[in-house]
Design a protein around this ligand. Sequence first.
Ligand SMILES: Nc1ncnc2c1ncn2[C@@H]1O[C@H](COP(=O)(O)OP(=O)(O)O)[C@@H](O)[C@H]1O
Ligand SMILES: [Mg+2]
Length: 350
Amino acid sequence: MERRSAESRQGRPHREAPRVVGLLLTMALTNALLYLCLDQFFSSPPRSTEAPRPCPHGFFKMGQMRNCSPWLSCQELRTQVRQLKRVGEGAVKRVFLSEWQERKVALSQLTSPEMKDDFLHGLQMLKSLQSKHTVTLLGYCEEDNTILTEYHPLGSLNNLEKTLNLSKYRTMNTWQQRLQLAMDYVGIIDYLHRSPLGTLVMCDSSDLPKTLSQYLLTSNLGIVANDLDALPLVDHSSGMLVKCGRRELRGEFVAPEQLWPSGEHMPFRDDLMPPYDEKVDIWKIPDVSSFLLGHTEGSDMVRFHLFDIHKACKSQIPAERPTAQDVLDTYQKVLKSLGDVVPSQTREML
Ligand SMILES: Nc1ncnc2c1ncn2[C@@H]1O[C@H](COP(=O)(O)OP(=O)(O)O)[C@@H](O)[C@H]1O
Ligand SMILES: [Mg+2]
């Protein structure tokens, strides 16, 4: 018995080897075929480099929608959208989680008539700047002061730490993921500075929490710009510069050229306040990126490698600051050069 079973253990594989190999090959081939077929039917995984084909102007696609749909009209917004609960509010808009065709959507309503100009400017920008960098517009009704956009359950960038502490996202709390977020953010600034409408300045950003509230965190941990209510246009060729609002700005978060230059002895006057350009956005990048990098293992190492470019962003002379594209290039290089480093090795590199 012993011998026979030993024989069968050792001897049979020799005879059956070609059959087993054949079987394995067939299985591998079937798996490969199945994978290729399924890939045709399902959307690409999160953070795929492959960009989904955009819809033409006036149309949208979200989630698992197969085709582009036209923006919803006033009539459709009134009859097909059901408000569920309030999820956010700023100076211009009150935002409600709502339902449209069994999908979750965000309905924004104007808070007060005095803010109508900002509301309409934001809507115009949203219409013109639809891209992977901005929240998807689903419809609008100027008559009712409503805008319908894709709903992002994680809310604004202010919720980043809270989100990365959830069990579902804890494994994504890595310096690589966080640097990727910083690249998304700088990618948006770069897009606005070289937008189809020209050089736009992200003005609604007088402090860090306010700045973060204008961007949404997507479920696959990306960033989209959401609040485009204050995006004035700079035109260097005609010397057209901008001012972010009519009130005095204070603090270190805003660029030095945004501060009242005449000191305490002279009260602020908007008509005497000099205008500035898009480099005010560059000044703010190190602070926003540092928030996004957070305090996970490896974050300080990334900060160390970004030290020089961030120092350049903080130049007192706006023209000496890099462009958003320069910053993005540097972030990409840092991600590539540190890409192979495993987190445990990262501290030794400092
Ligand atoms: N599409 C959305 N999905 C989820 N939350 C949203 C969405 N749009 C807005 N919010 C929430 O509402 C807040 C206010 O929206 P925002 O457009 O910035 O209003 P305002 O123009 O008044 O500042 C955001 O900071 C965010 O928390
Ligand atoms: Mg806002």
